[in-house]
Write a protein that binds this ligand. Sequence first.
Ligand SMILES: O=C(O)CCC(=O)C(=O)O
Ligand SMILES: [Fe+2]
Length: 516
Amino acid sequence: EFFSSTSGLEKLFKTEILLLEELQNYVNEINQHALALQSEIDAIRMEHLSAAENIDDYLNNPVNAFRLIKRLHSDWETFESSVSTDTSRENFIENMVGHKANLSFPSQDDFVGSAIALTRLQQTYQLDVAELASGILNGVKYGTAMSWQDCFVLGQHLYALRDFNHTVPWLQQSMQLLGEQSYGQESASLDFMEAVVDYHREMGAHETALGLVNHVLSIEPEHRSHLLETRQQLEELITDGDKNGLLHMTARRPGDYHASREFKMYEQVCRGDLNPSPAKLRELRCRFRRSRLGYAPFKLEELSHEPLVFQVHQVVSSKSAEFIKKMARPKIKRSTVYSIGGGGGSQAAAFRTSQGASFNYSRNAATKILSRHVGDLSSLDMNFAEELQVANYGIGGHYEPHWDSFPENHIYDEGDDRGNRIATGIYYLSDVEAGGGTAFPFLPLLVTPEKGSLLFWYNLHESGDQDYRTKHAACPVLQGSKWIANVWIRERNQHNVRPCGLQRNHEISVPFRDFD
Ligand SMILES: O=C(O)CCC(=O)C(=O)O
Ligand SMILES: [Fe+2]
């Protein structure tokens, strides 16, 4: 699987470089062949040109007569055999078979995943389709522009996925771009647009269909007079407010998490539209925190007091961050989540698209130091922490809102007596150019990934109950590649640092358990 991480995409890029080389070889070979044949054609044409001045004179010359006969007798055979023995085509096809067996290619799942990732970005960051198609993200031009064909294939794909709400703007964009092409007014293009009108009629996107009909009619009014009837039908449907069609049948079902208030808040936090109140912000401080490891003091920035969330800056050097990524790169696989429902175990899920791998802290000096810094900064005992989990998110990669702590009815793996996840540490191993923040919808807090910093929070109340306010998420990455290393600290052995509360003090967070 390639779409869920940047390092996966790097493999695909290498594939494309090699394929391009192969195709270039083929084109060079056929060009050479064509050039050789062209010079033969040119020579005979020259001969004919001089012959045309006086055909009789030409043919009465014995040398010319011989040459004509010789050409037709043997030269044409040579040309034919040169065409029939040309192996460039077979070579290309054969080499492609080898490439398909040996190189990385995206699967259908990758194709679907990348299309869905695009619509997720569109939705979360409220991106304009026309801007997105022209390679602009939030006003900054990052990518190359999409062609009308790109937009069409994406629209077609979203149609197949029954995501009609996203299909319409992409087809619309495709038709708009096609109309701007030099061949956009040719008959074949207009035929194509007519076919797209039918798609829209089926979906019930009457306004868009009407726009297209009018466009086609404005170019070829006589040839396309059959569209006059279509136009009238569409106008009637629009005045009647007709709500038939696929678009209207797929209105979100009640109980759909993606339509909930909580999810909307999460999206708002991701794009920076929902922030902590000024009163809360006023209480927060940035302070120096002495390090017991003999380094200069760290800058500790408080992000929330209740529950406690802080970010410590410049904890790991760029060199160690690069080292950890290099170590993880060959090992990472699509991240899984504990499956609720049947079977137990872990599985890949659409709500978590990233790739990860786990490492024992004792593995090397770099992993050891990650553990020591979290232990030092939180004063928590790291002996019962879970393995370090390194993760990479590609474009559109995200992890929807969740708690890191396990619910009350959680069944721990056999022999796991380390208790619940009392706290989480996240090392950011990269900066992210746009998007990709860590969002706490209830605080409502957005943490910007900053390479080398450590984000830390407690998942549990002192009573050991889950603090439901700590629900958090990884916002989709809009531009860049996000790398993190997760640290999950368990309850066992923490009584000195965090004595348990006798009173259950979790009422304050209970309203956030079943937030709708
Ligand atoms: O990537 C992030 O910002 C958050 C990741 C996270 O919450 C997790 O892996 O549990
Ligand atoms: Fe998490």
